[in-house]
Design a protein around this ligand. Sequence first.
Ligand code: HEC
Ligand code: HEC
Length: 487
Amino acid sequence: MPRFDNSPSENHSGSKSRRHIPYYLALALLLVASAAVLMTRPVVVHGSSLAVDPGPRPLPADAGNFYSNLTPNQNAITLRLTQIFTEVNFVAGGPLVKTVGLGPRFNSNSCNSCHAYPAVGGSSSPNNPLFGIYQLQGATNTMPYFITANGPVIVARFPYKSDGVTPDGGVHQMFTISNRTDAPGCTTMVQPNFTQAQQNNNIIFRQVTPTFGTGLMELIQDSDIIANMNANKTLKQSLGISGHAQFSDDDGTITRFGWKAQNKSLLYFSGEAYNVEEGVSDEAFPSENDESIPSCLPPFPVPPGTNKTKGVPDDRMDSGEAPKLPVNFPSDLERFSLFMRFLAPPTPVPPTQSTANGLVQFNTIGCNMCHTNSFTTPKSSIAALGNVQAFLFSDLLVHDMGPDNADNVNQGGATGDQFRTAPLWGIGQRYFFMHDGRTQDIVQAIEDHRSLGNGTYPNSEANQVISNFDALTPKNQQDLVNFLRSL
Ligand code: HEC
Ligand code: HEC
Protein backbone atom coordinates (compact mmCIF):
# COMPACT_ATOMS: atom_id res chain seq x y z
CA MET A 1 0.00 0.00 0.00
CA PRO A 2 1.64 3.24 -1.11
CA ARG A 3 0.21 5.03 1.92
CA PHE A 4 2.40 3.00 4.19
CA ASP A 5 5.65 2.89 2.26
CA ASN A 6 7.25 5.52 4.51
CA SER A 7 7.57 7.83 1.54
CA PRO A 8 8.16 11.40 2.60
CA SER A 9 5.85 12.78 -0.09
CA GLU A 10 3.08 13.47 2.43
CA ASN A 11 5.44 14.96 4.94
CA HIS A 12 3.96 17.74 7.02
CA SER A 13 6.00 17.25 10.09
CA GLY A 14 8.90 19.63 9.81
CA SER A 15 11.20 16.91 11.14
CA LYS A 16 12.64 16.17 7.76
CA SER A 17 15.99 15.16 9.12
CA ARG A 18 14.45 11.91 10.26
CA ARG A 19 13.47 10.98 6.75
CA HIS A 20 15.36 9.30 3.90
CA ILE A 21 17.55 7.52 6.46
CA PRO A 22 17.96 3.76 5.89
CA TYR A 23 17.19 1.72 8.94
CA TYR A 24 20.72 0.40 9.55
CA LEU A 25 22.20 3.88 9.39
CA ALA A 26 19.40 5.23 11.55
CA LEU A 27 20.00 2.48 14.06
CA ALA A 28 23.65 3.41 14.28
CA LEU A 29 22.68 7.06 14.68
CA LEU A 30 20.22 6.14 17.39
CA LEU A 31 22.87 4.30 19.37
CA VAL A 32 25.23 7.28 19.15
CA ALA A 33 22.44 9.76 19.85
CA SER A 34 21.05 7.88 22.81
CA ALA A 35 24.55 7.48 24.25
CA ALA A 36 25.00 11.25 23.94
CA VAL A 37 21.60 11.88 25.47
CA LEU A 38 22.24 9.49 28.31
CA MET A 39 25.36 11.43 29.19
CA THR A 40 23.56 14.75 29.37
CA ARG A 41 19.90 14.10 30.17
CA PRO A 42 19.47 10.69 31.67
CA VAL A 43 15.72 10.27 31.67
CA VAL A 44 13.63 12.36 29.30
CA VAL A 45 14.50 11.55 25.70
CA HIS A 46 12.23 13.43 23.32
CA GLY A 47 11.80 12.26 19.77
CA SER A 48 13.95 9.20 20.23
CA SER A 49 11.87 7.05 17.91
CA LEU A 50 13.02 6.20 14.42
CA ALA A 51 9.52 5.73 13.12
CA VAL A 52 8.40 8.10 10.38
CA ASP A 53 4.92 9.57 10.16
CA PRO A 54 3.65 8.78 6.67
CA GLY A 55 1.48 11.90 7.02
CA PRO A 56 -2.29 12.25 6.84
CA ARG A 57 -3.97 9.93 4.36
CA PRO A 58 -5.09 12.10 1.44
CA LEU A 59 -8.68 12.91 0.60
CA PRO A 60 -11.30 11.68 -0.16
CA ALA A 61 -12.45 11.69 3.43
CA ASP A 62 -13.07 8.37 5.13
CA ALA A 63 -15.37 10.21 7.52
CA GLY A 64 -18.36 12.52 7.44
CA ASN A 65 -21.04 10.09 6.31
CA PHE A 66 -24.31 9.66 8.14
CA TYR A 67 -25.20 6.18 9.38
CA SER A 68 -26.49 4.11 6.51
CA ASN A 69 -29.32 2.74 8.64
CA LEU A 70 -31.06 5.96 9.66
CA THR A 71 -34.83 5.85 9.34
CA PRO A 72 -36.45 7.57 6.35
CA ASN A 73 -37.59 10.43 8.60
CA GLN A 74 -34.11 10.85 10.03
CA ASN A 75 -32.63 10.79 6.55
CA ALA A 76 -35.14 13.35 5.38
CA ILE A 77 -33.77 15.99 7.73
CA THR A 78 -30.02 15.38 7.28
CA LEU A 79 -29.78 17.99 4.53
CA ARG A 80 -31.33 20.64 6.77
CA LEU A 81 -29.11 19.60 9.69
CA THR A 82 -26.05 19.99 7.49
CA GLN A 83 -27.22 23.43 6.39
CA ILE A 84 -27.45 24.54 10.01
CA PHE A 85 -24.04 23.14 10.98
CA THR A 86 -22.43 24.83 7.96
CA GLU A 87 -24.34 28.11 7.90
CA VAL A 88 -22.43 31.35 8.25
CA ASN A 89 -23.75 33.65 10.95
CA PHE A 90 -24.08 37.41 10.70
CA VAL A 91 -24.71 40.00 13.40
CA ALA A 92 -27.95 40.94 11.63
CA GLY A 93 -29.37 40.84 8.15
CA GLY A 94 -27.91 37.56 6.95
CA PRO A 95 -29.62 35.62 4.20
CA LEU A 96 -31.72 33.48 6.54
CA VAL A 97 -33.78 34.30 9.61
CA LYS A 98 -31.71 31.85 11.61
CA THR A 99 -28.34 33.33 10.66
CA VAL A 100 -28.40 36.38 12.89
CA GLY A 101 -26.76 36.81 16.23
CA LEU A 102 -22.97 36.74 15.74
CA GLY A 103 -20.98 38.47 18.48
CA PRO A 104 -20.31 40.71 20.32
CA ARG A 105 -17.20 38.52 20.71
CA PHE A 106 -16.50 35.49 18.54
CA ASN A 107 -13.82 33.12 17.27
CA SER A 108 -15.53 32.20 14.04
CA ASN A 109 -18.87 32.44 12.28
CA SER A 110 -19.82 28.83 11.59
CA CYS A 111 -19.41 25.43 13.26
CA ASN A 112 -18.08 24.11 9.98
CA SER A 113 -15.27 26.67 9.71
CA CYS A 114 -13.49 25.00 12.63
CA HIS A 115 -14.96 21.49 12.37
CA ALA A 116 -14.04 21.15 8.72
CA TYR A 117 -11.52 18.45 7.94
CA PRO A 118 -11.46 15.90 6.39
CA ALA A 119 -15.23 16.49 6.14
CA VAL A 120 -17.92 18.64 7.72
CA GLY A 121 -17.95 17.89 11.45
CA GLY A 122 -14.22 17.15 11.62
CA SER A 123 -11.22 18.99 12.97
CA SER A 124 -8.96 21.79 11.68
CA SER A 125 -8.38 22.17 7.99
CA PRO A 126 -4.71 22.59 6.97
CA ASN A 127 -5.76 25.92 5.44
CA ASN A 128 -6.72 28.11 8.34
CA PRO A 129 -10.19 29.54 7.62
CA LEU A 130 -9.95 32.46 10.03
CA PHE A 131 -8.15 34.71 7.51
CA GLY A 132 -11.31 34.70 5.43
CA ILE A 133 -13.48 35.59 8.41
CA TYR A 134 -11.88 38.07 10.78
CA GLN A 135 -12.43 41.21 8.70
CA LEU A 136 -15.74 40.29 7.05
CA GLN A 137 -18.36 43.04 6.75
CA GLY A 138 -15.80 45.75 7.42
CA ALA A 139 -14.68 44.44 10.83
CA THR A 140 -11.42 46.01 12.01
CA ASN A 141 -9.99 42.97 13.80
CA THR A 142 -6.29 42.16 13.67
CA MET A 143 -5.11 38.55 13.54
CA PRO A 144 -3.64 37.32 16.84
CA TYR A 145 0.00 36.22 16.67
CA PHE A 146 -0.80 32.56 17.24
CA ILE A 147 -3.00 32.06 14.16
CA THR A 148 -1.03 31.16 11.04
CA ALA A 149 -2.15 30.37 7.51
CA ASN A 150 -1.19 26.70 7.68
CA GLY A 151 -1.55 26.22 11.41
CA PRO A 152 -4.50 24.73 13.25
CA VAL A 153 -7.54 26.66 14.41
CA ILE A 154 -6.81 27.12 18.09
CA VAL A 155 -8.76 29.06 20.64
CA ALA A 156 -7.14 30.93 23.54
CA ARG A 157 -7.79 30.63 27.25
CA PHE A 158 -6.17 32.68 29.99
CA PRO A 159 -5.36 30.44 32.96
CA TYR A 160 -5.39 33.41 35.36
CA LYS A 161 -7.06 36.80 35.65
CA SER A 162 -4.95 39.91 35.14
CA ASP A 163 -3.69 39.72 38.75
CA GLY A 164 -1.87 36.53 37.71
CA VAL A 165 -3.26 34.57 40.67
CA THR A 166 -7.04 34.29 40.51
CA PRO A 167 -8.05 31.38 38.28
CA ASP A 168 -9.76 32.32 35.02
CA GLY A 169 -9.48 29.45 32.52
CA GLY A 170 -12.17 30.78 30.17
CA VAL A 171 -12.01 31.20 26.40
CA HIS A 172 -11.06 34.73 25.34
CA GLN A 173 -12.52 35.24 21.90
CA MET A 174 -10.18 36.48 19.22
CA PHE A 175 -12.53 38.85 17.41
CA THR A 176 -15.24 41.46 17.96
CA ILE A 177 -18.04 42.82 15.77
CA SER A 178 -16.73 46.41 16.04
CA ASN A 179 -17.22 48.38 12.82
CA ARG A 180 -18.98 45.58 10.98
CA THR A 181 -21.59 47.01 8.63
CA ASP A 182 -24.15 44.63 10.11
CA ALA A 183 -23.48 46.00 13.61
CA PRO A 184 -24.07 49.74 13.11
CA GLY A 185 -23.11 51.75 16.20
CA CYS A 186 -20.76 49.12 17.62
CA THR A 187 -17.32 50.67 17.26
CA THR A 188 -15.48 50.43 20.57
CA MET A 189 -15.27 46.81 21.59
CA VAL A 190 -11.59 45.89 21.50
CA GLN A 191 -9.88 42.51 21.10
CA PRO A 192 -8.07 40.98 24.07
CA ASN A 193 -4.39 41.85 24.33
CA PHE A 194 -3.00 38.43 23.44
CA THR A 195 0.58 39.66 23.11
CA GLN A 196 0.44 40.99 26.67
CA ALA A 197 -1.00 37.68 27.85
CA GLN A 198 1.86 35.90 26.12
CA GLN A 199 4.40 38.18 27.82
CA ASN A 200 2.74 37.38 31.15
CA ASN A 201 2.92 33.68 30.30
CA ASN A 202 -0.85 33.60 30.76
CA ILE A 203 -2.24 32.11 27.57
CA ILE A 204 -2.92 28.52 26.50
CA PHE A 205 -4.49 27.01 23.42
CA ARG A 206 -6.97 24.30 22.52
CA GLN A 207 -7.40 22.88 19.06
CA VAL A 208 -10.58 21.55 17.51
CA THR A 209 -11.76 18.03 18.34
CA PRO A 210 -13.68 16.12 15.64
CA THR A 211 -17.33 15.20 16.15
CA PHE A 212 -17.63 12.01 14.04
CA GLY A 213 -19.10 9.21 16.12
CA THR A 214 -19.80 11.47 19.10
CA GLY A 215 -23.38 10.17 19.23
CA LEU A 216 -21.92 6.83 20.29
CA MET A 217 -19.66 8.46 22.88
CA GLU A 218 -22.73 10.13 24.35
CA LEU A 219 -24.39 6.74 24.83
CA ILE A 220 -21.55 4.72 26.35
CA GLN A 221 -22.73 3.75 29.81
CA ASP A 222 -21.09 5.09 32.94
CA SER A 223 -20.99 1.57 34.33
CA ASP A 224 -18.94 0.41 31.34
CA ILE A 225 -16.50 3.32 31.72
CA ILE A 226 -16.01 2.50 35.41
CA ALA A 227 -15.69 -1.25 34.79
CA ASN A 228 -13.05 -0.57 32.16
CA MET A 229 -11.24 1.77 34.56
CA ASN A 230 -11.14 -0.99 37.15
CA ALA A 231 -9.97 -3.65 34.70
CA ASN A 232 -6.28 -4.65 34.47
CA LYS A 233 -5.53 -2.87 37.76
CA THR A 234 -2.23 -4.65 38.39
CA LEU A 235 -0.88 -3.99 34.92
CA LYS A 236 -1.99 -0.37 35.07
CA GLN A 237 -0.33 0.08 38.44
CA SER A 238 2.93 -1.35 37.17
CA LEU A 239 2.78 1.09 34.24
CA GLY A 240 1.93 4.05 36.46
CA ILE A 241 -1.52 4.49 34.92
CA SER A 242 -4.54 5.48 36.99
CA GLY A 243 -6.92 8.07 35.55
CA HIS A 244 -10.37 9.00 36.73
CA ALA A 245 -13.75 9.89 35.32
CA GLN A 246 -15.08 13.44 35.31
CA PHE A 247 -18.47 13.78 36.95
CA SER A 248 -21.15 16.35 36.21
CA ASP A 249 -21.88 18.81 39.02
CA ASP A 250 -25.49 18.70 37.89
CA ASP A 251 -26.49 15.04 37.97
CA GLY A 252 -23.33 13.23 39.08
CA THR A 253 -22.95 11.20 35.88
CA ILE A 254 -19.79 10.97 33.77
CA THR A 255 -19.01 13.86 31.45
CA ARG A 256 -16.97 13.06 28.36
CA PHE A 257 -16.70 15.79 25.69
CA GLY A 258 -13.87 18.26 25.20
CA TRP A 259 -10.13 17.95 25.88
CA LYS A 260 -10.75 17.59 29.59
CA ALA A 261 -13.97 15.57 29.30
CA GLN A 262 -15.59 18.66 30.77
CA ASN A 263 -18.89 18.46 28.96
CA LYS A 264 -21.87 16.16 29.36
CA SER A 265 -23.74 16.08 26.07
CA LEU A 266 -23.82 17.19 22.47
CA LEU A 267 -26.76 19.47 23.22
CA TYR A 268 -24.87 21.16 26.02
CA PHE A 269 -21.67 21.43 23.96
CA SER A 270 -23.63 22.93 21.08
CA GLY A 271 -25.17 25.50 23.42
CA GLU A 272 -21.78 26.45 24.77
CA ALA A 273 -20.04 26.47 21.37
CA TYR A 274 -22.74 28.64 19.79
CA ASN A 275 -22.29 31.32 22.44
CA VAL A 276 -18.56 30.95 23.17
CA GLU A 277 -17.23 30.39 19.64
CA GLU A 278 -19.74 32.46 17.66
CA GLY A 279 -21.34 34.77 20.20
CA VAL A 280 -24.79 33.51 19.31
CA SER A 281 -26.75 33.45 22.56
CA ASP A 282 -29.09 30.51 22.81
CA GLU A 283 -31.49 28.58 25.01
CA ALA A 284 -28.70 26.87 26.97
CA PHE A 285 -26.51 29.99 27.28
CA PRO A 286 -28.97 32.88 26.93
CA SER A 287 -26.71 35.81 27.94
CA GLU A 288 -24.69 37.71 25.35
CA ASN A 289 -21.00 36.94 25.88
CA ASP A 290 -20.02 40.54 26.69
CA GLU A 291 -22.62 43.03 27.92
CA SER A 292 -20.18 45.85 28.69
CA ILE A 293 -20.91 47.97 25.60
CA PRO A 294 -24.66 48.43 24.94
CA SER A 295 -24.16 49.57 21.35
CA CYS A 296 -22.65 46.16 20.59
CA LEU A 297 -25.72 44.28 21.83
CA PRO A 298 -28.89 43.31 19.94
CA PRO A 299 -31.33 44.21 18.62
CA PHE A 300 -29.62 45.69 15.60
CA PRO A 301 -31.61 47.53 12.91
CA VAL A 302 -33.60 45.23 10.75
CA PRO A 303 -32.97 45.51 7.01
CA PRO A 304 -36.08 46.77 5.21
CA GLY A 305 -38.28 44.17 3.65
CA THR A 306 -37.52 41.45 6.16
CA ASN A 307 -38.95 40.48 9.52
CA LYS A 308 -35.61 39.79 11.16
CA THR A 309 -36.15 41.21 14.59
CA LYS A 310 -34.04 39.61 17.24
CA GLY A 311 -33.73 40.02 20.93
CA VAL A 312 -31.89 37.92 23.47
CA PRO A 313 -31.32 35.03 23.06
CA ASP A 314 -30.32 35.19 19.42
CA ASP A 315 -31.37 31.62 18.76
CA ARG A 316 -34.43 29.89 20.13
CA MET A 317 -37.15 27.35 19.40
CA ASP A 318 -39.45 29.17 17.03
CA SER A 319 -42.74 28.05 15.63
CA GLY A 320 -44.15 31.54 15.35
CA GLU A 321 -42.97 32.76 11.98
CA ALA A 322 -45.30 31.10 9.48
CA PRO A 323 -45.07 29.59 7.01
CA LYS A 324 -42.60 27.14 8.45
CA LEU A 325 -41.95 23.47 8.13
CA PRO A 326 -41.72 21.49 11.36
CA VAL A 327 -38.00 20.90 10.70
CA ASN A 328 -37.52 24.64 11.26
CA PHE A 329 -39.23 24.76 14.65
CA PRO A 330 -36.49 23.60 17.01
CA SER A 331 -33.63 25.80 18.00
CA ASP A 332 -30.31 25.35 16.23
CA LEU A 333 -28.99 23.49 19.27
CA GLU A 334 -31.21 20.48 18.60
CA ARG A 335 -30.15 20.46 15.00
CA PHE A 336 -26.41 20.75 15.70
CA SER A 337 -26.76 17.88 18.14
CA LEU A 338 -28.72 15.66 15.77
CA PHE A 339 -26.29 16.44 12.97
CA MET A 340 -23.36 15.24 15.08
CA ARG A 341 -25.29 12.23 16.45
CA PHE A 342 -26.12 11.07 12.93
CA LEU A 343 -22.45 11.26 11.83
CA ALA A 344 -20.93 7.78 11.70
CA PRO A 345 -17.42 7.22 13.04
CA PRO A 346 -14.55 7.45 10.54
CA THR A 347 -13.88 4.29 8.51
CA PRO A 348 -10.36 2.91 8.91
CA VAL A 349 -8.60 1.56 5.82
CA PRO A 350 -8.45 -2.24 5.55
CA PRO A 351 -5.61 -3.72 7.60
CA THR A 352 -2.28 -4.58 6.03
CA GLN A 353 0.32 -6.87 7.54
CA SER A 354 2.05 -3.78 8.90
CA THR A 355 -1.02 -2.13 10.45
CA ALA A 356 -2.28 -5.42 11.89
CA ASN A 357 1.05 -5.88 13.64
CA GLY A 358 0.89 -2.23 14.67
CA LEU A 359 -2.35 -2.85 16.55
CA VAL A 360 -0.77 -5.82 18.29
CA GLN A 361 2.17 -3.63 19.36
CA PHE A 362 -0.20 -0.85 20.45
CA ASN A 363 -1.96 -3.27 22.76
CA THR A 364 1.19 -5.09 23.88
CA ILE A 365 3.11 -2.06 25.13
CA GLY A 366 0.11 -0.59 26.96
CA CYS A 367 -1.22 2.23 24.76
CA ASN A 368 -4.57 0.47 25.16
CA MET A 369 -4.48 0.89 28.95
CA CYS A 370 -5.65 4.45 28.22
CA HIS A 371 -6.67 4.23 24.57
CA THR A 372 -9.25 1.47 25.24
CA ASN A 373 -9.94 -0.04 21.84
CA SER A 374 -13.74 -0.08 21.99
CA PHE A 375 -16.94 0.25 23.99
CA THR A 376 -20.35 -1.07 22.99
CA THR A 377 -23.37 1.21 23.19
CA PRO A 378 -26.65 0.12 24.81
CA LYS A 379 -29.94 0.03 22.94
CA SER A 380 -30.68 3.58 21.84
CA SER A 381 -33.83 5.54 21.09
CA ILE A 382 -32.01 6.35 17.84
CA ALA A 383 -31.86 2.76 16.57
CA ALA A 384 -28.78 3.30 14.37
CA LEU A 385 -26.72 4.20 17.44
CA GLY A 386 -27.73 1.24 19.60
CA ASN A 387 -25.65 -1.91 20.21
CA VAL A 388 -22.75 -0.56 18.20
CA GLN A 389 -19.17 -1.51 19.01
CA ALA A 390 -17.48 1.88 18.89
CA PHE A 391 -13.72 1.72 18.17
CA LEU A 392 -12.91 5.11 19.63
CA PHE A 393 -9.58 4.16 21.28
CA SER A 394 -10.29 6.07 24.48
CA ASP A 395 -11.21 5.16 28.05
CA LEU A 396 -13.02 8.52 28.33
CA LEU A 397 -11.06 9.13 31.54
CA VAL A 398 -8.72 12.01 32.32
CA HIS A 399 -5.06 11.31 33.12
CA ASP A 400 -2.14 13.29 34.50
CA MET A 401 0.07 14.11 31.53
CA GLY A 402 2.76 15.99 33.42
CA PRO A 403 4.08 19.56 33.48
CA ASP A 404 5.14 19.62 29.80
CA ASN A 405 1.55 19.07 28.74
CA ALA A 406 -0.16 21.03 31.53
CA ASP A 407 -2.25 24.05 30.53
CA ASN A 408 -2.93 25.16 34.11
CA VAL A 409 -6.66 25.21 33.49
CA ASN A 410 -8.88 23.31 35.93
CA GLN A 411 -12.17 22.14 34.48
CA GLY A 412 -14.54 20.27 36.75
CA GLY A 413 -12.57 17.40 38.24
CA ALA A 414 -9.70 17.71 35.75
CA THR A 415 -6.67 19.56 37.08
CA GLY A 416 -4.19 21.65 35.10
CA ASP A 417 -2.25 18.69 33.69
CA GLN A 418 -5.12 16.25 33.21
CA PHE A 419 -6.60 15.49 29.82
CA ARG A 420 -9.12 13.07 28.39
CA THR A 421 -7.45 10.18 26.59
CA ALA A 422 -7.86 11.55 23.09
CA PRO A 423 -10.07 9.29 20.94
CA LEU A 424 -7.93 8.07 18.04
CA TRP A 425 -10.58 7.17 15.49
CA GLY A 426 -10.07 9.22 12.33
CA ILE A 427 -6.56 10.18 13.34
CA GLY A 428 -5.22 8.77 10.06
CA GLN A 429 -6.47 11.84 8.22
CA ARG A 430 -5.74 14.41 10.93
CA TYR A 431 -3.21 17.21 10.47
CA PHE A 432 -2.70 18.50 14.00
CA PHE A 433 -2.13 16.68 17.28
CA MET A 434 -2.39 17.15 21.03
CA HIS A 435 -4.73 19.52 22.85
CA ASP A 436 -2.88 22.62 21.67
CA GLY A 437 -2.27 21.39 18.11
CA ARG A 438 1.45 21.72 18.71
CA THR A 439 2.65 19.14 16.17
CA GLN A 440 1.78 17.67 12.80
CA ASP A 441 4.03 14.68 13.40
CA ILE A 442 2.19 11.75 14.93
CA VAL A 443 5.49 10.28 16.18
CA GLN A 444 6.19 13.52 18.01
CA ALA A 445 2.69 13.36 19.50
CA ILE A 446 3.57 9.96 20.97
CA GLU A 447 6.89 11.21 22.36
CA ASP A 448 5.15 14.28 23.78
CA HIS A 449 3.18 12.02 26.15
CA ARG A 450 6.35 11.88 28.21
CA SER A 451 6.88 14.41 30.98
CA LEU A 452 8.63 14.32 34.34
CA GLY A 453 6.81 15.64 37.36
CA ASN A 454 7.76 18.83 39.16
CA GLY A 455 6.61 20.55 42.34
CA THR A 456 3.23 21.34 40.78
CA TYR A 457 2.31 18.29 38.72
CA PRO A 458 3.14 14.57 38.94
CA ASN A 459 4.83 12.45 36.27
CA SER A 460 2.88 11.82 33.11
CA GLU A 461 0.99 8.55 33.56
CA ALA A 462 2.16 7.61 30.06
CA ASN A 463 5.92 7.69 30.77
CA GLN A 464 6.43 3.95 31.06
CA VAL A 465 4.35 3.14 28.00
CA ILE A 466 6.31 5.64 25.93
CA SER A 467 9.54 4.03 27.10
CA ASN A 468 8.05 0.73 25.98
CA PHE A 469 7.36 2.30 22.60
CA ASP A 470 10.93 3.55 22.32
CA ALA A 471 12.20 0.07 23.20
CA LEU A 472 10.32 -1.56 20.30
CA THR A 473 12.29 -2.58 17.24
CA PRO A 474 12.23 0.07 14.50
CA LYS A 475 9.94 -2.15 12.45
CA ASN A 476 7.43 -2.57 15.26
CA GLN A 477 7.50 1.17 15.96
CA GLN A 478 6.84 1.88 12.30
CA ASP A 479 4.04 -0.66 12.17
CA LEU A 480 2.42 0.99 15.19
CA VAL A 481 2.63 4.41 13.53
CA ASN A 482 1.26 2.96 10.29
CA PHE A 483 -1.59 1.49 12.30
CA LEU A 484 -2.44 4.93 13.73
CA ARG A 485 -2.46 6.38 10.22
CA SER A 486 -4.83 3.62 9.10
CA LEU A 487 -7.53 4.80 11.54
C1 HEC B 1 -13.53 28.78 16.57
C2 HEC B 1 -13.56 27.37 16.30
C3 HEC B 1 -14.79 26.58 16.71
C4 HEC B 1 -16.10 26.78 16.33
C5 HEC B 1 -16.67 27.91 15.49
C6 HEC B 1 -16.84 25.69 16.88
N1 HEC B 1 -16.01 24.85 17.59
FE1 HEC B 1 -16.54 23.07 18.45
N2 HEC B 1 -14.67 22.90 19.21
C7 HEC B 1 -13.66 23.83 19.06
C8 HEC B 1 -12.59 23.53 19.99
C9 HEC B 1 -11.31 24.34 20.16
C10 HEC B 1 -12.98 22.38 20.71
C11 HEC B 1 -12.24 21.73 21.89
C12 HEC B 1 -12.64 22.58 23.10
C13 HEC B 1 -12.04 22.17 24.41
O1 HEC B 1 -12.21 21.01 24.81
O2 HEC B 1 -11.44 23.02 25.08
C14 HEC B 1 -14.30 22.01 20.17
C15 HEC B 1 -15.01 20.88 20.58
C16 HEC B 1 -16.31 20.58 20.19
C17 HEC B 1 -17.04 19.41 20.61
C18 HEC B 1 -16.51 18.29 21.50
C19 HEC B 1 -16.16 17.03 20.75
C20 HEC B 1 -15.41 16.05 21.63
O3 HEC B 1 -15.33 14.87 21.36
O4 HEC B 1 -14.85 16.47 22.63
C21 HEC B 1 -18.30 19.52 20.08
C22 HEC B 1 -19.43 18.55 20.26
C23 HEC B 1 -18.33 20.76 19.32
N3 HEC B 1 -17.10 21.37 19.40
C24 HEC B 1 -19.44 21.24 18.65
C25 HEC B 1 -19.48 22.48 18.00
C26 HEC B 1 -20.68 23.05 17.42
C27 HEC B 1 -22.05 22.41 17.41
C28 HEC B 1 -20.34 24.26 16.90
C29 HEC B 1 -21.22 25.32 16.26
C30 HEC B 1 -22.27 25.83 17.11
C31 HEC B 1 -18.92 24.44 17.15
N4 HEC B 1 -18.45 23.34 17.82
C32 HEC B 1 -18.21 25.55 16.74
C33 HEC B 1 -13.64 24.88 18.17
C34 HEC B 1 -14.76 25.39 17.53
C1 HEC C 1 -1.73 7.49 30.47
C2 HEC C 1 -2.67 7.39 29.39
C3 HEC C 1 -2.13 7.31 27.99
C4 HEC C 1 -1.27 6.38 27.44
C5 HEC C 1 -0.58 5.23 28.14
C6 HEC C 1 -1.13 6.73 26.04
N1 HEC C 1 -1.89 7.84 25.76
FE1 HEC C 1 -2.04 8.73 23.95
N2 HEC C 1 -3.07 10.27 24.81
C7 HEC C 1 -3.44 10.33 26.14
C8 HEC C 1 -3.96 11.65 26.42
C9 HEC C 1 -4.49 12.13 27.75
C10 HEC C 1 -3.88 12.38 25.21
C11 HEC C 1 -4.22 13.86 25.02
C12 HEC C 1 -3.01 14.62 25.56
C13 HEC C 1 -2.95 16.09 25.19
O1 HEC C 1 -3.59 16.50 24.24
O2 HEC C 1 -2.23 16.85 25.86
C14 HEC C 1 -3.32 11.47 24.22
C15 HEC C 1 -3.10 11.81 22.88
C16 HEC C 1 -2.62 10.92 21.93
C17 HEC C 1 -2.48 11.23 20.53
C18 HEC C 1 -2.86 12.55 19.88
C19 HEC C 1 -4.36 12.58 19.67
C20 HEC C 1 -4.92 13.91 19.23
O3 HEC C 1 -6.13 13.99 19.06
O4 HEC C 1 -4.17 14.87 19.08
C21 HEC C 1 -1.96 10.12 19.93
C22 HEC C 1 -1.65 9.95 18.46
C23 HEC C 1 -1.76 9.12 20.94
N3 HEC C 1 -2.20 9.64 22.14
C24 HEC C 1 -1.21 7.88 20.74
C25 HEC C 1 -0.76 7.06 21.77
C26 HEC C 1 0.06 5.90 21.58
C27 HEC C 1 0.52 5.35 20.25
C28 HEC C 1 0.33 5.40 22.82
C29 HEC C 1 1.22 4.22 23.18
C30 HEC C 1 2.60 4.34 22.73
C31 HEC C 1 -0.35 6.24 23.79
N4 HEC C 1 -0.98 7.24 23.11
C32 HEC C 1 -0.34 6.03 25.14
C33 HEC C 1 -3.32 9.32 27.06
C34 HEC C 1 -2.49 8.22 26.92
